[in-house]
Structures are given as C-alpha cells and as structure tokens.
Design a protein around this ligand. Structure first.
Ligand SMILES: [Zn+2]
Length: 820
C-alpha cells in the first residue's frame, strides 16, 4: 500500500561490542506492536456473501477450517467488530458463543485441542463503514459522458485490520491460509476476487454467483472483492502468466496507457529476485474514491481510478511506478509476509525499492540515481523531526517506505549487486508462503554469503538517525617535496541512546584539472578520520568528491569554491554530483554563474529533469538575452514536468515570454495547459477571452483543467457566469468522484461561492467513508461558516436533511457550528 550536530573528539567508541551485545530483536525504543497469539491455525477460509448495496449491507456466511495449535483450549476468538452474528456451528453442531464489542468467543471443551482439526461456520450480517465500501448506489446511474462521473461499485480494503468489519475472522498477518470467495450479485455487474474463477453460475433471479479460490495460502488482510461495471482485457505476461486488465468499458482507449509495462514487469521481477511470480494469475482493477493509491491484494491489485490516464495525462503522472510497487508486493508481502507490524518495512521498503530499479529500464540510469536520492532525502527530512528506527511502528511512512528503500540500496552497495540478489533469492525461497521478520533477512545473508551484516542492520534498521559528515581537504606539500591530499571527515550528527556514529564504506575521489583522478574506498566509522591520498605526479586538484554518486544516506557539509563547483558540474561522471554542484551555485550571483549554467544546460548529458529544473530556477528571473535564449529552448523539452516547471517560474507578464506562453496553450500536457492559461489570464486579464477560447475543450485528469477554466472564466470573462457556476457546482456534488469534487471545492473557495446546493454537497461529502473526501468537505464548510449569512444557510440546509443518528453524529463532530 502507499502513504515520508556538533564537533566531537572522543576516543573511539567501542560501539561494535555494544552492537554485538544488543543486536538481537531490539528496536531500542519501546514499541506497542508485537506478536499476536492465537490458538488455531486457520487452513482455509470460505466467505459466501451477497449485498444490499443501497443500504451498504453485507449478508454473509464464513467457513473456517482449522487445526488446533495448543493443548487445553476452551474458547477461541474471531475478530468481528460491529457484525451481527446469528448462528455458529462447530463441526456441524450448534456452538455456544459469546459476542463482545470486538468480536466473538466460541466455546468448546474438546474441539480446540492439539492436534484436532475442525470447521466453524458463522452466519452474519453487517453494515460496515470500514473494510468494504459501497460507492454511488444512492446516486443516479452513471449517465454523464465523463470518466469522472460517479459509478456504482463495491470494493474492499483489508489492510491493516479492516476485513474483520465484514468477515468474522482471525485478522492478523501471522496466520496464512487459502481463501475462497463466493459472491452472489446482480448479473449486470462483474465481480473480481483473489485467485482463479472456479465457477460462475447464473441464478434465476437475475443474479450470478462467482466462485473464486486461492490454491496457495495468504494472509487474511489480502482478501479482496471488487464489483462494478467493467470490461476485461486479457493477455499473457512475458513469462506466460494470464493477466486481466479490468477497465471501464466506455474508456477502452485509456486501458493501454493505464496498464503500460504490466506484462514486462514479470521477467523484471524474476530477474531481480530469482523467483518466478508466485501465483497462477494476476488481475488489476481500478475503483472510484479509493482510500489510498493502490493495494496489493494477492493476485488482484486494486488501484484508484485517478490513475486511469489517457495518453496526454500519462505524460504528467501515471500508474507505472505504483503498478511496480503493488506488483513487488506479490512477492514481498503476499508470498512472504511480515510476522507483525514492526516488520512492515520488509514489505513496503522492498515495494519502494523495486520501482526505482524498474525506472532504470523505462527512464534510464540518471532517473534511477535521482529516485534513490529522493528516498535518501525523505529519510533526512524525517530525521529532522524524530529518530525512530525503520523497524518501529512509530517511524511513520517516511521510514517504512523511502528510508527502508534507501537502506536496501545501501545493502546492495555493501554486498555487491549479484551477491545481494543471491541473498534475496535464498530469503524468498526459504520463507515461501510463510511469515518473516528482520532477523530472517540477516540470517539469509549469513547462510548464503557467510557474511555477518548485523552491524549494518543495527545502525540502519534497529536504530534511528542518519549520519551528517563535515568534510574538508588540504592539498599538502611535504618537506621532501611529495604531495598528498588529506581529507578530514567528521561525523557531526547528534548521538544518543539510539543514534550512534555510523560505519560505512565510502569512496573518496580526488579529481585533477587534467581530467584524471585518484580514488580510494575507506570504511569510515570514527567520529573523526583523516584519509590520505598521495598525489604522486603533483597534479592540480580540480575538485574532491566524498561518496560520488551518493550511495550512502547522509547529510554532508563540504564547502567548495565556485571554481571547484564549476569543474564538478562540468566533469563529474554521475548526474547527482553534477546536480549537487549546480545546487551549490544558488549562493552565487547570476552574473558570476550565467555562462556556466547556460553551457551546462546545453549539454545532452544534463538532460535529466532535476538538473534542467535547477538551472531554470536559477535563471528564470534573469533578464539577460543569453539566459532568455537558453530558456526558450527548454519550452520544447521532452519532459512535461520540465516544461511545467519552466512556465511556473517564468514571468508571464514579461512581453518576451508572452508568445511562448500562448503557444503552450496547445501543449500535450494537461498540467502545462493549466499553468499557462492561469498565468496568461492573470497577466493579461483583458485578453482572457482569447486564452480561454483556446482551452475550452480541455478537461484533464479529474476535470482539473476544466475546473480551473471555469474559475478563470467567471473571474475574467463574465459572459455565461451563471452557466459556469452551475457546472462548477455539479462537479462539487455526489454526481462526481472525490478528486473532481475536491478540485471544484478549491475553485469555489477561491471564488467565495456558496449556496444551498453547495452546502448539500459538502454535508454529503462529510459522510463519505473516504477520509480524503470527508476531511476537505468539512474544512470547506467550516471555512464558509465564518461568514454569518453562509453559516445560517448551512444550518438551514442541515436542519432539512433527513439523516440517521450516526450521520448527525459524524457531521456535527466535523462541524460543531451546526449545533451552536
Ligand atoms: Zn505498499
């Protein structure tokens, strides 16, 4: 799933011994999470369900086949908060059970003792607000010719512990079992669940029963359902696995850009991990109003339909990286599963690591470097707030996703890529279809390579913090005439109980003005070290690199002169080192750096978006003709994000740029169109009619361009204002998916537009199960309520709504002004 210093001169700390004493399973700070005990091993779970979608109601029967794990057990517990259980049978006979708030205790004096096996059947009904989501069933049928109009769907999201709200079950990561899902629903719709479709039976009452089954075990949170109006495109992966791409039938053209590269991901992951795709089939389905980016349910990934891009939107952002993320989870998460929440990094960090590896294939080596740097930066940013370890449930998404991914990159750097791959293969195969914890990975390194990497895990996984190095060098000539470059390295981060000095192998390079260089790799582990590199031929130093290509998570303070930065920006082999030199030039005046930056911009090797954007940012306000000429070339840069950044940074009111902006109204990127039409209308309001005329037909993802267009139209070009306001209000209503609604909310807020319809839409939005809609709906209603007339209007609308008690409770909790 998706969700990111002081000088010390001490004697060398004997931290290596400390590590040896403590390395075990300690995360050095108390953690609430831990292993959940359970008396039964569930072997198979069969869920039979039907629905009353308008009521959000689940009518179900679940069959658990189990094997008892312990002696003398008199009752077992199943998670089932809020579920009404009418009957339970144990091995065919009525069982006595006791309902409590969080679930149900089932009693027996004999059935749960080792090594007995048995079957528990539970009949139940539920109206859950978590785990399973009913979208659009109380709205008119999807009747707008817009991909963003509301659709009737039912879909699930089990992770973390939400399937228990619609299935009475043992809902934890540490028990894995096969599942069967048997769904009876209106034959008009299509139903997806985990595994293979074993049987599809048409019933007499216009319903169909779909029977899906998994042949290998997985964890209960990975069970899924998705129901809606879908067409299905099939193909084989490049390793022969049958694939299903579920899509909205009226937008067939979006299918290809949305699912781009899916078939190729199979051989990629096989090559990376040495392990074939572990399941029989792979399907992906887009759903509306999804709570996250996507979810890696076993064999059946769900993703938000905001990734359902057309070819133009694909240029701005697309599903590819998230697709690889969820696909990686089919191994890391589904095939091997963390034993409890503390080891989530074994899933999410790997699922963040492999999309970066895949980017090397789709976007090249520079992009790979850049993504790795972004992961490192996320770790550094999180470290400014606290020092929780990667393996700690309070570490937050920045630890579990990007920092862990950056740590895995360092593991590959320390072990070497081919040795790293051997470890991964051994680790996956050894724990196939089972649970893992961090120590299993440490052990795999020992077993496969005979290398003890406990020190690495201790500092990067069990402990928090990141190193901050202060580096400087001296170009020394000794009395005997020889020359040596002495590089002094100090670790200047704050150390405490959980953060220590860091030990890492680091490359140091001295580059000379003749283009040659000397290089050493040293294990830096002391708070202060000096590395000496002999300059045998007494060459002139151009620049020095500490950790070229940025292999290590770190901050570095290493001041360099403008000349050194220029050499580095022009000569360094790796994009990141050239980029860092350009960033360091921010501190220098434009007149000093203009020519250097313009030359760098012209180099094809500096084509990566990060370098181009950085140079654009430094030159955008420069009035010099040469800068303007250089930036004009960037208006045609192949990357949409670069063009968008350029137009964002340029001054549209400068007549020089007016034509470039006007031409960009026809840009292939929706983001660029939105940027330039906004800036042109603002800079030249009298000509708004012309700018708007050229972009009237562009809608963009989640109607973002259209909504901006409507906002600009009523602001700068009053004709048809009533019609345009009406269209904006429609986009804010439950007739549309949540991102369209939020885009419209932003426009209504800017325009300070409020009325009864908008109040109704916002109150409706507050009741959504999707917190990404409920939150902004409440925020905007509270914002409007600052104005007395709007407040009164909102209160009136609220009074007239027919709501259930729990709906009143939610609305007034979010907006307490309604009851005052
Ligand atoms: Zn994930």
């Amino acid at each position: 799933m998706f969700k990111f210093k002081n000088t010390i001169i001490l004697a060398l700390l004997v931290w290596v011994q400390t590590v040896n004493a403590q390395h075990s399973f300690n995360s050095y700070l108390p953690d609430k999470a831990g292993y959940r005990e359970h008396a039964l091993d569930i072997i198979n779970m069969r869920v039979e369900v039907s629905f009353k979608p308008e009521e959000g109601r689940v009518i179900g029967k679940v069959l658990h086949q189990y094997k008892a794990l312990q002696d003398k057990v008199d009752s077992v517990f199943f998670d089932a908060p809020g579920i009404a259980i009418s009957k339970i049978t144990l091995n065919g006979a009525n069982a006595s059970f006791n309902l409590v708030k969080e679930g149900v205790w089932i009693k027996s004096n004999s059935a749960f003792n080792y090594p007995k096996t048995g079957t528990i059947v539970i009949d139940y009904e539920a109206t859950p607000r978590k785990g399973i989501y009913f979208i659009g069933w109380n709205q008119p049928d999807h009747n707008e010719n817009s991909p963003w109009a509301v659709r009737k769907q039912i879909w699930t999201q089990g992770q973390g512990i939400d399937n228990r709200h619609w299935i009475p079950m043992y809902d934890d990561m540490n028990d894995k079992f096969t599942t069967e899902t048997v769904i009876t629903f209106d034959s008009k719709y299509n139903v997806l669940s985990n595994g293979l479709l074993r049987k599809k039976t048409a019933n007499k009452n216009n319903t169909t029963t779909w029977h899906y089954a998994m042949s290998k075990p997985h964890a209960g949170y990975l069970l899924m359902l998705a129901i809606g109006n879908y067409a299905v495109a099939t193909e084989k992966s490049n390793t022969g696995v049958p694939l299903q791409h579920w899509y909205y039938p009226e937008f067939k053209k979006r299918m290809a850009p949305t699912y781009r590269y899916t078939a190729q991901m199979f051989s990629f992951m096989k090559e990376q991990t040495g392990v074939d795709y572990p399941w029989e089939t792979y399907s992906q389905v887009m759903v509306q109003d999804f709570l996250y980016g996507a979810m890696e349910n076993t064999t059946a990934t769900i993703f938000g339909d905001f990734f359902n891009v057309d070819e133009r939107a694909y240029l701005d952002r697309n599903y590819v990286s998230v697709n690889v993320h969820e696909f990686t989870h089919q191994w890391f998460g589904d095939y091997i599963t963390a034993r409890d929440g503390r080891d989530t990094w074994l899933q999410e960090s790997f699922a963040t690591f492999y999309p970066k590896e895949f980017s090397k294939i789709t976007d090249g080596y520079d992009e790979w470097c850049w993504q790795r740097r972004q992961h490192q930066n996320s770790a550094i940013d999180a470290g400014k707030k606290d020092n929780f370890a990667v393996r700690h449930t309070s570490g937050g998404t920045a630890r579990v996703y990007p920092k862990g991914a950056a740590v895995i990159s360092m593991m590959a750097y320390v072990l070497g890529e081919s040795q790293f791959k051997r470890v991964i293969k051994h680790y996956l195969q050894k724990h196939a279809y089972a649970n893992v914890e961090t120590n299993d990975l440490q052990q795999a390194i020992k077993d496969e390579l005979g290398i003890n990497l406990d020190w690495f895990f201790d500092q990067w996984i069990y402990r928090g913090g990141e190193p901050h190095y202060r580096v400087h060098y001296e170009d020394l000539t000794y009395n005997n005439g020889t020359k040596t470059t002495e590089i002094a390295i100090e670790q200047i981060h704050k150390t405490d109980e959980t953060v220590r000095w860091f030990k890492m192998p680091i490359v140091i390079e001295v580059h000379y003005t003749d283009g040659t260089f000397d290089s050493v790799i040293e294990t830096i582990e002391k708070p202060f070290e000096v590395v000496k590199i002999e300059n045998k031929q007494k060459k002139q130093i151009a620049y020095v690199l500490f950790d070229p290509n940025s292999n290590v998570i770190k901050q570095v303070t290493f001041n360099k002169s403008f000349d050194e930065l220029t050499w580095q920006a022009q000569r360094a082999k790796y994009m990141l080192d050239r980029y860092d030199a350009v960033v360091a030039m921010r501190n220098f005046h434009t007149s000093a750096k203009r020519n250097v930056l313009i030359k760098l911009l012209a180099e094809p090797t500096n084509n990566h978006a990060a370098i181009v954007n950085e140079i654009v940012n430094q030159l955008a306000n420069d009035n010099h003709a040469e800068s303007k000429e250089a930036l004009t070339a960037i208006t045609k840069h192949p990357k949409a994000g670069v063009r968008d950044n350029l137009f964002n940074k340029l001054n549209a009111a400068d007549e020089f740029w007016k034509n470039a902006f006007a031409r960009a109204l026809a840009d292939s990127s929706y983001d660029v169109v939105k940027t330039v039409v906004t800036k042109l209308c603002t800079a030249y309001p009298k000509e708004a009619y012309a700018w708007l005329g050229k972009t009237e037909k562009v809608f963009g993802m989640n109607n973002a361009v259209r909504i901006k267009w409507l906002e600009l139209s009523v602001t700068y070009n009053n004709g048809d204002a009533a019609k345009h306001y009406a269209e904006l209000e429609k986009y804010a209503s439950p007739l549309y998916e949540f991102r369209t609604r939020i885009n419209s909310y932003n426009a209504l807020k800017t325009l300070n537009r409020f009325n009864q319809n908008i109040a109704t839409s916002l109150l409706n939005g507050i009741l959504a199960t999707n917190s990404r809609l409920a939150g902004p709906s409440a925020e905007l209603l509270n914002h409007f309520a600052i104005q007395q007339t709007y407040k009164d209007m909102a209160k009136n609308v609220y009074k007239q709504m027919e709501l259930l008690p729990w709906q009143h409770e939610i609305i007034t909790r979010y907006c307490n002004f309604l009851t005052n």
